[in-house]
Each structure stands twice: as C-alpha cells, then as structure tokens.
Design a protein around this ligand. Structure first.
Ligand SMILES: NC(=O)c1ccc[n+]([C@@H]2O[C@H](COP(=O)([O-])OP(=O)(O)OC[C@H]3O[C@@H](n4cnc5c(N)ncnc54)[C@H](O)[C@@H]3O)[C@@H](O)[C@H]2O)c1
Length: 325
C-alpha cells in the first residue's frame, strides 16, 4: 500500500487551488486530496483524477457543521487554506460580507481541526496587504515590518494570522503562516492587473493595429509579482518543512513598475502601447513601492525553493493559454 499524503485544499476552485492541483499532478505526488469550495471548479478535474485520488465537495465553509463533517471524515494530514473572498476592491464594496466570510471560515476550519484532527498541519495563507501602508525605509519588507492594514480585506487577513497564533499557542496546533505577495500566471482572471493589461493590448493587436492607447491607473507603482507556479511550490514545501508558528513572506524580492509590465507585454505582442491615466482607476493611498524580502523562506527551504519563473515567462505563458481558449 502506498503512503498517500492526505491533503485538504480549501478554495480548490480558485486560481491558486487549480495550480496547487497542477503542482501535485506535474510532480506525481502520491496524494489523496479533498478539495472544498462554495462553487464547483470551472476547470476540468478529470486529468487530476488519473494521477491521484481527488474528491470535491461543494460547501459554504461558513456552515461550521459541514466543515466539521468534512474534516472528521477525511482526516487530513495537511490542510492548505486558500478559500476567501480574495479581492480587496470587493472588501470595500461589501465590507461586512467579505470580513465575516474570510474571518469566520478560518475559525470554522481551525475549530474543526482542533476537535477532529488536532495533529494535522495547516498552512494559513495570508497576504502582503497585511503590511498595508509601507514606509520606504522598511523596503524590502521583512516579516518583522510593522502591520498597518489598510482595507477590510487586509484586516481580515491580519485577524486570520492572529487567530492562527492564538490556536497554535493555546491548543498547540501546527499552523504555518504566509504573507503572499501579488501572484500572476496562466488562468488568472482578467480582473487582475496583468491579465487586464494583456487583454486590452491583445484587443489592439486583434484589431490589426500595431500601436494603440490603453487607459490605466497609476502605472508608476512598483510591485513584487511572483508567478503562481512558484507560489504553489513554496506552499507545498512549507506544508512539509515550514516551522510551526512562523510566518513566511512568499515573494521574489524584486519589484517592477506597472509601466514596465505594459512595455513587456507590448514587446511580446509586437504592439507599441501608449497609456492615458484615468483618475477613475487611481486608488486612494496606494503604496508607491511594495517589495518583499524572501530571505526567511529561502533559508527555511534550504535550496529546495527559489523563484524560478521570470515575469516575461509568466506573460508568455498567459498569452499562450489565452490563445488556446
Ligand atoms: N492571487 C493573489 O495575488 C493573492 C495574493 C496574496 C494572497 N492571496 C490569497 O490566496 C488565497 C488564494 O487566492 P486565489 O487567487 O486562488 O483566490 P480565488 O478568489 O481565485 O479563490 C478563492 C476561492 O475561495 C472560495 N471561497 C470563498 N469563500 C468561501 C466559502 N465561504 N466557502 C467555501 N469556499 C469559499 C471561492 O469560491 C474561490 O474559489 C486567497 O485567500 C487569497 O486572498 C492571493
């Protein structure tokens, strides 16, 4: 009998959940997986079932009893918690729904684990949004930088992190935490910044022109974009080797301005892109620069991980996936 890793993935239907399954598939991980989400995946799950055991369960994790039954029946050894309302903008539009969802589904999950499978290891995925308003002197941000969350989404992420510490300190639960920086890569929704730029620059190309104008927000801001495939590899390794009770930045350590991203996409598509700043797209109090320091993660994973996929490669692969659709 094979020794299968029993992994529970919450938010399996989302962008990162899909890539986590793809990671298990590509790396031929002997796993038994339970994926839970409030909605069924839009992607085809058949191929994953050919390589590992995969059950999907549609549930609203706000219903504590359903989460409890899933944990009790499945008895996971590892849980990767990806479920959330992941949009900062949505948290401004619907602060109560977003905040209650993101905080309470985590509480329901850790409560179920505490009662039914207390030895299990949990990866609590957080966000660079927790750092919030960033002073330039703190860049690149280490895990010791101060936390100044600046949106309902970010406060919920900080709450999740603090609850993780409370449950690990008081109940001796095995929880590893991340603060993950902006991801990008194939299959990302066009609402996000890089696929959004790609879509609009492709429209110029598809109309037969070799130059055009796109409307943008502030494209001088600098962000630390990491390919989602590097992110899921880090998550898998943190599940195995992360230090319990510790927080890890998941990032590249390098920043790029949005105007440079636009130039990169233009070069890939052979389109000359001019930009027009539209005040409607400008966010109040947007940090000029957000770059993370990934030294703690690199040290912990001791040569097993480093960001490998360049932003140019992410963009090329996103273009390839869009062509396939
Ligand atoms: N994508 C990024 O750039 C990024 C960066 C930092 C952190 N994160 C965090 O990483 C995690 C995964 O991100 P993603 O991009 O895959 O997000 P996503 O929005 O694509 O996926 C999240 C999934 O959670 C599910 N979900 C939400 N509420 C639920 C509930 N009550 N019950 C069951 N399922 C529920 C959604 O249906 C969705 O499929 C999220 O927590 C996100 O906030 C993402």
């Amino acid at each position: 009998m094979k020794n299968l890793m029993r992994i529970l993935i919450t938010g399996v239907s989302g962008f990162v959940g899909h890539h986590f399954l793809q990671f298990l598939y590509n790396n031929r991980i002997d796993a038994s997986v339970l994926g839970i989400d409030i909605r069924l995946p839009m992607y085809d799950v058949k191929k994953y079932k050919t390589r590992f055991e995969l059950q999907l369960c549609q549930m609203d994790m706000l219903v504590q009893s359903e989460v409890a039954v899933a944990v009790e029946n499945f008895q996971p050894e590892y849980v990767i918690h990806l479920a959330s309302y992941s949009s900062v903008a949505y948290s401004w539009q619907y602060p109560e729904i977003s905040f209650i969802n993101n905080t309470n589904i985590f509480l329901n999950l850790v409560t179920a684990i505490r009662i039914h499978q207390p030895k299990c290891r949990v990866l609590s995925v957080g966000s660079s949004e927790e750092y919030g308003v960033v002073g330039e002197k703190d860049l690149p941000l280490t895990e010791n930088a101060s936390i100044e969350p600046n949106s309902p989404y970010a406060v919920a992420r900080v709450s999740q992190e603090m609850l993780s510490k409370v449950y690990s300190n008081n109940y001796n639960m095995d929880i590893v935490m991340t603060r993950s920086f902006n991801h990008t890569g194939p299959w990302q929704d066009e609402r996000f910044v890089i696929p959004g730029f790609i879509k609009r620059i492709k429209q110029i190309k598809n109309s037969g022109k070799c130059s055009g104008i796109i409307e943008t927000g502030n494209i001088n801001i600098v962000r630390d974009f990491i390919d989602v495939r590097d992110v899921v590899k880090a998550y898998f390794l943190l599940l195995k080797y992360g230090m319990s009770g510790e927080i890890y930045n998941v990032c590249t350590g390098k920043g790029i301005a949005l105007y440079e991203v636009i130039q990169m996409i233009g070069l890939c598509l052979n389109v000359q892109v001019k930009t027009n700043e539209n005040p409607a797209y400008i966010r109040p109090r947007d940090n000029a620069i957000v770059i993370g320091n990934n030294r703690k993660l690199l040290n912990r994973l001791e040569g097993k991980w480093q960001p490998e996929i360049s932003l140019k490669k992410s963009i090329e692969d996103m273009l390839y996936c869009m062509k396939e659709k």
